[in-house]
Ligand binder design. Structure first.
Ligand SMILES: [Zn+2]
Length: 178
């Protein structure tokens, strides 16, 4: 796979010509701010799952998959900052948002010790057709940052996506679970 996708190059050029703006609210970023402005950062709806012995993500897996612990960083709301930043991460070539979120989440779970002794971080893969189209897997930098903070290995190619399913946003909840 080529490392110099035209879209990425155009994106770099774009960043030079236009001032960088917050991916949450489109406000211009001040010096020292990166990716998300301070106002959005303070408004992001953190789940605080890491502080709960049993959280809502754990409960999703009950009776279905025997997991040790689940965790999440943010609540997703239909209209709001989280939706904006995830949209930019997935569809607007803003891969660095994954690094920002992974770095933040990694620091949280490292400091509170809610996920100890992790050996390996394994990202959920994209189908190769979608990977080619997007140019990157939106969870790669996120996973790498988690691995860095947890002092774990990061390994791609362990899970393999075999079917190119339609985008999850168009599927129902039950179908997504299956
Ligand atoms: Zn903002």
């Amino acid at each position: 796979m080529t490392h110099f996708k035209l879209t990425n190059i155009l994106n770099d050029v774009n960043n030079i010509l236009l001032p960088t703006v917050c991916f949450g609210c489109n406000a211009r970023l001040y010096r020292g701010e990166k990716t998300i402005c301070t106002v959005c950062r303070n408004q992001l709806p953190l789940t605080d799952d890491n502080y709960n012995e049993e959280n809502s993500i754990d409960r999703i897996f009950y009776g279905r998959v025997n997991i040790k612990k689940a965790n999440s960083l943010l609540f997703f709301t239909k209209n709001g900052i989280v939706k904006n930043i995830i949209h930019h991460l997935k569809y607007k070539n803003q891969e660095q948002i994954g690094e920002f979120l992974g770095n933040w989440f990694g620091e949280i779970i490292k400091n509170d010790g809610s996920l100890n002794n992790i050996d390996i971080v394994i990202p959920v893969p994209l189908h190769k057709k979608r990977l080619k189209k997007r140019g990157y897997n939106q969870v790669t930098l996120f996973g790498q940052q988690l691995a860095y903070h947890l002092n774990a290995d990061y390994a791609e190619g362990i899970l393999i996506k075999t079917s190119n399913t339609k985008t999850q946003t168009k599927k129902g909840r039950i179908y997504r679970w299956q």
